[in-house]
Design a protein around this ligand. Structure first.
Ligand code: HEM
Ligand SMILES: *[C@@H]1O[C@H](CO)[C@@H](O)[C@H](O)[C@H]1NC(C)=O
Length: 373
């Protein structure tokens, strides 16, 4: 009997290793066989439609008794987005760091007062490429011990996955080329402080964002032989530069000047400052064009090692045109990752692309149906 139990346990463990596909790993880029094998072990969930805007959208205490900070446990996932890390550690999304798109949208609106359209667009754009379209789950990072994709050997990267949504020249995270694209980096933060002292009188504000954004591009051009900044990272790099100004300044202060201690609490701590009140009104990447226009660059890459930055005109340099960005994401980024989807994957893609479109519909964009209606 003991022997038999042992055998069964071993057999089950072995079956687990070869067939269980992580419930939150993306199916993008897998072959048809790999998708079929993944489907066999995944429980299908219905895609979740985006929630509507907040009914009460002013400032309020969000670091409250119902949402205490609890440091992530050993099995909890955190990733490259300090805001999502904070929402997980305060329980606005599951503390394990795995959530569905509707939960993420609700959380970024409730916890930070992120603008509804921006929240819906960003979340579905990232979810479609980095999330699991069958289980409807997205991981905000990667648990390094977890190796996901069966034969290809790639990991269940979630939002850490390089060059799908995450990309180079971040504010406080190193380029993936240097080995760690998602943890806080103190050296980069010291440069952030230096720039805030020099251009912001000790605060991070829009004037600092203009200069620091340029510095981070220049550093990557000069040091990262694989530096690349094309869609969607070309767009999110500018958004990320202004989000701390628009959404991390306490809503009662509301003056666009982020103090360094609060910046550290978010970037490094992945948590809200004590008594933190969310922004005074819904905001997104407001003023990113100011940052772009201060020192415009073209999308591009280092093509032959460091200091070989070459423009790549396939990414439209249209930071202010969400219809163009939507079109590029659907027709290029998403289609490349899912060239021939079938069955439940195809169905989910169509539904989630519809949700993505809902975020740009009132901008007059034309809806695209790359996989049919
Ligand atoms: C709406 C859902 C969101 C998704 C899917 C998302 C995803 C991401 C990802 C993938 C990154 C890494 C980008 C990179 O460095 O390559 C990132 C960075 C960042 N996110 Fe988010 N984010 C979301 C919401 C927010 C919100 C609400 C805020 C602000 C309150 C925010 C602030 C930031 C900042 C400041 C960075 C830059 C970190 C750095 O460069 O050091 N994000 N986000
Ligand atoms: C940023 O701070 C500096 C120093 O106080 C100030 O001169 C500059 O006008 C500020 N910029 C913005 C956009 O608030």
């Amino acid at each position: 009997m003991v022997c038999f139990t042992y055998f069964v346990t071993l057999a089950l463990a072995y079956a687990g290793v070869v067939s269980a596909f992580p419930t939150h790993a993306s199916l993008a880029g897998l072959s048809r066989d790999e998708v079929d094998r993944a489907l066999a072990s995944l429980e299908q969930a219905t895609p979740t439609p985006p929630p509507g805007p907040l009914s009460d959208s002013g400032t309020k205490l969000v670091n409250d008794d119902l949402h205490p900070y609890i440091a992530p446990g050993e099995n909890d996932i955190r990733g490259p987005c300090p805001a999502l890390n904070a929402l997980a550690s305060h329980g606005y999304i599951n503390r394990n760091g795995i959530a569905n798109p509707a939960e993420i949208i609700t959380a970024v609106m409730e916890g930070f007062n992120m603008d509804h359209g921006v929240a819906v667009y960003t979340t579905y754009a990232a979810f479609i490429v980095d999330g699991n379209l069958i289980t409807n789950l997205l991981s905000i990072g990667e648990k390094t011990s977890l190796t996901g994709r069966s034969s290809s050997g790639t990991t269940a990267g979630g939002l850490n996955t390089h060059n799908t949504f995450e990309g180079d020249s971040s504010i406080t995270r190193m380029d993936a080329y240097f080995g760690d694209n998602h943890n806080f980096n103190e050296k980069l933060f010291q440069e952030f402080i230096e720039y805030s002292n020099k251009y912001g009188g000790g605060k991070y504000n829009l004037s600092v964002a203009c200069e620091f954004r340029r510095k981070r591009f220049q550093d990557s051009i000069a040091t990262n032989p694989e530096f690349t900044i094309v869609a969607p990272r070309f767009y999110t790099a500018y958004a990320d530069a202004v989000l701390p100004i628009n959404l991390w300044v306490d809503g009662r202060q509301d003056d666009g000047q982020l103090d360094i201690e609060a910046a550290r609490t978010f970037f490094e701590g992945g948590r809200f400052p004590p008594d933190f009140h969310r922004a005074a009104r819904p905001m997104g990447a407001n003023n990113e064009m100011v940052v772009f226009e201060a020192h415009p660059i073209e999308p591009g890459s280092n093509v032959k090692g460091v200091n070989t930055y070459t423009p790549d005109h396939s990414t439209p340099q249209k930071l202010d045109d969400l219809c163009v960005q939507y079109t590029f994401h659907v027709e290029n980024t998403v289609r490349k990752m899912y060239p021939n989807p079938e069955g439940p994957l195809l169905e989910s893609l169509k539904i989630n692309l519809g949700y993505l479109f809902s975020a740009v519909k009132d901008k007059g964009c034309e809806e695209l149906f790359p996989y049919g209606r």
